[in-house]
Design a protein around this ligand. Structure first.
Ligand SMILES: Nc1ncnc2c1ncn2[C@@H]1O[C@H](COP(=O)(O)OP(=O)(O)OP(=O)(O)O)[C@@H](O)[C@H]1O
Length: 251
């Protein structure tokens, strides 16, 4: 298996506080990996380090064998590391189509041009149609995003991330605040997008049902340290994980 993301001996300190210490994490190409851990374990900090919001205090991060530890968020997006946020990051007063058009044009580098050639316009349209279809948003393309149900707004957010042509998609609690029905829809969607777009996925999630339904493998953090790593079954059977986080009867 080819390693796509390699986090090596990474630590992050905020003043006196050691948020993460000596983290090693390898994610293979094509994998769907869940990141688990109790509140304050360091999951968001690790996401921030991978996506470029923070730089590590110690250690290194490689993506596709290139060191990215000190690259900006924009550079990492260009190399294929794209993240969605816990809070929906869309323009709620614009339509689904307009939101996606902004994302696609930004990715194609045409958003700052005073005019777009017909060829480019057709490329943008083709990509927009592909994204709408892949995320099953075609019928909702003209709806204002703010009027959509919460679950659909999160799907728009995923579609916008896809517009950036990710190779590694970082999903921050993709089903937070969703109904059961919306959660099921999101799980099906992520599985399908993973296949269609040949994605590697790393996601933070508290919903155990979703984690066990979606992840090929799981990394558990506790108190800024790596506590365990393994298949869903191995993690479910891991006593240290149960003690630290899950409670004995959760899984
Ligand atoms: N920018 C920051 N400045 C100072 N301390 C921070 C910063 N970001 C995170 N921390 C601290 O680092 C530790 C890890 O926080 P982090 O948000 O990464 O945990 P988490 O596992 O994502 O938690 P949650 O599940 O609650 O989101 C916490 O003690 C937090 O207070």
């Amino acid at each position: 298996m080819t390693t796509l993301l390699n986090v090596h001996e990474v630590s992050k300190r905020f003043g006196q506080l050691q948020a993460l210490g000596g983290i090693n994490l390898k994610v293979s190409k094509g994998e769907i990996r869940a990141l688990l851990g109790p509140n304050g374990a360091g999951k968001t900090t690790l996401f921030n380090l991978i996506s470029g919001m923070f730089t590590p205090t110690e250690g290194s991060i490689h993506f596709n064998d290139v060191e990215i530890s000190h690259q900006s968020v924009e550079q990492r997006v260009r190399t294929g590391i794209v993240r969605t946020f816990q809070i929906t990051e869309v323009f709620k007063e614009l339509s689904v189509y307009e939101n996606l058009r902004i994302a696609v044009e930004a990715e194609m580098g045409v958003s700052l041009l005073p005019w777009i050639s017909r060829g480019k316009r057709e490329d943008v349209k083709r990509k927009l149609d592909e994204l709408l279809e892949a995320t099953q948003l075609t019928r909702k393309a003209d709806r204002e995003v703010g009027e959509l149900a919460h679950g659909d707004q999160r799907v728009v957010e995923v579609a916008m991330a896809l517009a950036m042509d990710p190779r590694l998609l970082l999903l921050d609690e993709p089903t937070a605040g969703m109904s059961d029905h919306e959660t099921d829809h999101m799980v099906t969607l992520i599985k399908r997008l993973h296949q269609t777009f040949d994605l590697t996925v790393l996601f933070v999630e508290h919903d155990m049902h979703l984690v066990f339904n979606l992840a090929h493998s799981i990394t558990v953090l506790d108190n800024g340290r790596l506590l365990a790593e393994g298949t869903p079954r191995e993690i479910a059977d891991n006593e240290r994980v149960q003690e630290a986080y899950l409670g004995s009867s959760t899984i």
